[in-house]
Design a protein. Structure first.
Length: 284
């Protein structure tokens, strides 16, 4: 059921999911709106509550209409948690503004795309475009690769892990948009996600490493297995850059397009891996 649900969700997301309507991040904003006190304990409790509600729903739907109702719930959960509908709109707006040399508009959209990790204050055009590439690589990880990992690894309880991860992602994004860096630090969400992302970053990283320069990328990937100091963002994007370094970071339209094309290729590779594991009975 996992593979079937995943293929339906990804197909629907690619064809129809534009904007915030089918986005859990957007739906949770009303829940986050009145939060005034921040701590890691509160973050964990909210995440556990979201996962508990999902568990209760799955349990209550078990066996209903020969499993059809539960399958529909799986699909709905996947649609809410997998995919970057609103972020894709920002990306297309960036490309449109950049192609028309609208500096103010394309910089505003780039700021939206680099919201979580930002861009160095003083950097060259090449460095700026490299950071934009890194942000797009990370967006693909946050909205596609990591949710896919938790959905698959959870087996019959995949939607529970998926909702937990999507909740943390939404909470981090909301704090970055609407709260101060101090409040975000107090919430502990960055530290929790650092731990949660450790395994999926390494799995995605090996895919990027294999597509890059093997003589450089694979040793860097092996070194990342014992790297406890760098953020997961730095680990993944540094591996991805081995595949991107052959292309010049000079064109403000083509540079991000190259990164997105690479990210899509990695996503496709991992979906194929999931399909093969399912066919051979490793996954349910």
């Amino acid at each position: 059921m996992t593979l079937f649900t995943l293929l339906l969700v990804l197909g629907w997301e690619r064809l129809f999911k534009l904007g915030e309507h089918w986005q859990l991040d957007h739906r949770l904003e009303s829940v986050f709106l009145h939060r005034r006190h921040f701590s890691m304990i509160r973050t964990l409790l909210m995440m556990v509550l979201a996962m508990a509600i999902t568990t209760l729903v799955i349990w209550s739907l078990k066996g209903g209409l020969f499993g059809v109702v539960q399958l529909l719930f799986w699909i709905m959960t996947g649609l809410l948690c997998i995919g970057a509908g609103s972020v894709r709109l920002h990306y297309h707006s960036y490309l449109k503004a950049a192609s028309h040399d609208d500096a103010a508009a394309h910089q505003a959209m780039a700021a939206e795309l680099t919201l979580i990790h930002g861009v160095p204050v003083e950097c060259s055009e090449r460095e700026y475009l490299r950071e934009l590439q890194n942000a797009l690589i990370w967006i693909n990880f946050r909205f596609y690769l990591a949710p896919l990992f938790w959905f698959v690894i959870g087996g019959p309880w995949g939607p529970v892990l998926l909702v937990g991860y999507a909740f943390l992602r939404a909470w981090q994004s909301w704090l970055a948009k609407h709260q101060t860096p101090i409040a975000r630090a107090q919430s502990g969400v960055d530290g929790i996600l650092h731990v949660v992302d450790w395994v999926p970053v390494r799995l995605a990283g090996v895919a990027y490493a294999l597509l890059g320069h093997g003589e450089k990328a694979l040793p860097a990937w092996f070194a990342s297995l014992t790297d406890r100091h760098r953020s997961q963002y730095q680990v993944l994007t540094s591996l991805a850059q081995f595949s991107l370094e052959r292309d010049p970071h000079t064109d403000k339209v083509e540079t991000p397009r190259i990164a997105v094309a690479l990210a899509k290729r990695i996503s496709l590779v991992l979906v194929v891996v999931v399909a093969l594991l399912t066919i051979y009975g490793t996954l349910v």
